[in-house]
Each structure stands twice: as C-alpha cells, then as structure tokens.
Design a protein around this ligand. Structure first.
Ligand SMILES: *Cc1c(COP(=O)(O)O)cnc(C)c1O
Length: 220
C-alpha cells in the first residue's frame, strides 16, 4: 500500500476540495506516512482511538471526529477536535456547547443529515434541521459553530441513486444557507463523499471528502 501515491492520485482528482484521510483502525505508522507526505487532516470514528492517536502523534494534526458521538464522550475531544462531523441531535449539540463553555472554546461542528435509505444511518431530516436552526435554544448556544452539513449516501452500486442523495443534501444545504446564514451562522462546508463515491460527491458540490480505504487500504 503506497499511501503517498494514493494521496497524490486522489488530490489530483479532487482539486480544491479538502481531503480528510480516514485513519480509523489503522496504526499510527500509516498516519505518519501520510503526515510526512504533507497530509494534516485525519478522520477517526471512535473517541478512545482518536484521543490515543492525538496524544501520540504530531500536535499540528487536525483531528476530525466523523463517527457517531455519544454525549458522555464529548468532553474527551472538546479541547482539541478540529471538526465534529456527525452532530445528529439537538441534545448532542447542546452537550457540545456545554463542554465548549466549560473550557471557553468554540467548537466547530457539522450537522449530519439523513439522506440514505438505510434505517441504520444516523442523521436529522429536513424538518428536524429547520426546527433546530430556528429554535431559541440554538440562538443561545455560543460555544458551537455550525460550519455546515454532512451526509452519507446509501451503500449501493447504483450511481444514480447516490447522485440523487447527494443532490438532495446539496439542495438542503443551499436552502438553509439562504434562510439562516447571518452574522451568527456562516455555513460553508458540505462534507460528503467516501472512497467509493467521492467523485460523484464532488460533482454534486462537496467541499470536503472523507476517504479511508482508497488511501490506507481495506480495513479488517
Ligand atoms: C469509515 C468512514 C469513512 C471512510 O470510508 P472509506 O470507504 O474507507 O473511504 C467516511 N466517513 C465515515 C463517516 C466513516 O465512518
């Protein structure tokens, strides 16, 4: 597995779109190989693994929490996490705000939208998103910064379906930007696309892709 070569190939394809190298389950040596090659943004989906790796690896790495986050674990990543991609409930957002207030750090997050057909995928629907963004409770959350939206397409070979789902997320993104962006809210990021579908995601307006196996090889 030539990590540097894989990164170069992906970067050549994605242009200005930001690459998050998803290093979950992979050893620190793999991250170091990517880091030495200039990669700084890494994604993990488990809090324990994320904090262990952050402790051992260079301090200028940007750590992205991309997995489902339990409220009782927010406190462990609050001091250093670069971006939490998977905020899928008002209660979780409230907890992140609470932990941010404690340490006086404004924590950047993305709200995760449910766009796939699978029941198991986490995320908000459009009504829940509107309810959250227009709520009084949200207006008082001064220690979170909602930078945009994240979503995962259905795991399928059907490219038209994947494209439709990404299109629907982009549409919601543009709608909420038009409706809510003001001096408090400035949503700019749309996190969509993984190893199997990042090309489609970029065609549909992604600003950051989360790519694991295409860089580091298949996971066990
Ligand atoms: C694992 C994971 C990825 C990366 O998946 P690959 O198919 O290996 O690129 C991206 N996003 C999330 C939320 C993940 O859990």
């Amino acid at each position: 597995m030539d990590i540097a070569k894989n990164i170069d190939a992906i970067k050549a394809e994605i242009g200005d779109v930001k690459l998050i190298a998803v290093s979950k389950t992979k050893p620190a040596s793999n991250i170091e190989a990517a880091y030495t090659h200039g990669q700084r943004a890494f994604g993990e989906n488990k809090v324990q693994e994320l904090t262990d790796k952050a402790e051992d690896l260079p301090k200028d790495i940007e750590w992205h929490m991309i997995g489902h986050l339990q409220r009782n674990k927010v406190k462990y990543i609050a001091p250093f996490v670069h971006l939490i991609h998977g905020v899928d409930s008002p209660r979780l957002l409230k907890e992140i705000n609470k932990q941010g207030r404690k340490i006086e750090r404004i924590i950047p997050v993305l709200l995760q939208m449910h766009i796939a057909e699978e029941e198991s995928k986490f995320g908000l629907d459009k009504n829940e998103l509107n309810e959250l963004l227009s709520s009084e409770a949200f207006k008082e959350m001064n220690f979170v910064e909602v930078k945009g939206l994240m979503g995962m397409a259905t795991f399928t070979e059907d490219e038209d379906k994947i494209r439709r789902e990404f299109k629907s997320l982009k549409h919601i993104f543009e709608e909420v930007k038009a409706k809510y962006n003001d001096e408090k809210l400035n949503m700019t990021e749309l996190s969509m696309g993984m190893s199997g579908d990042y090309k489609i995601a970029i065609e549909e307006g992604s600003t950051m892709v989360r790519v694991g196996s295409a860089i580091f090889g298949e996971r066990n």
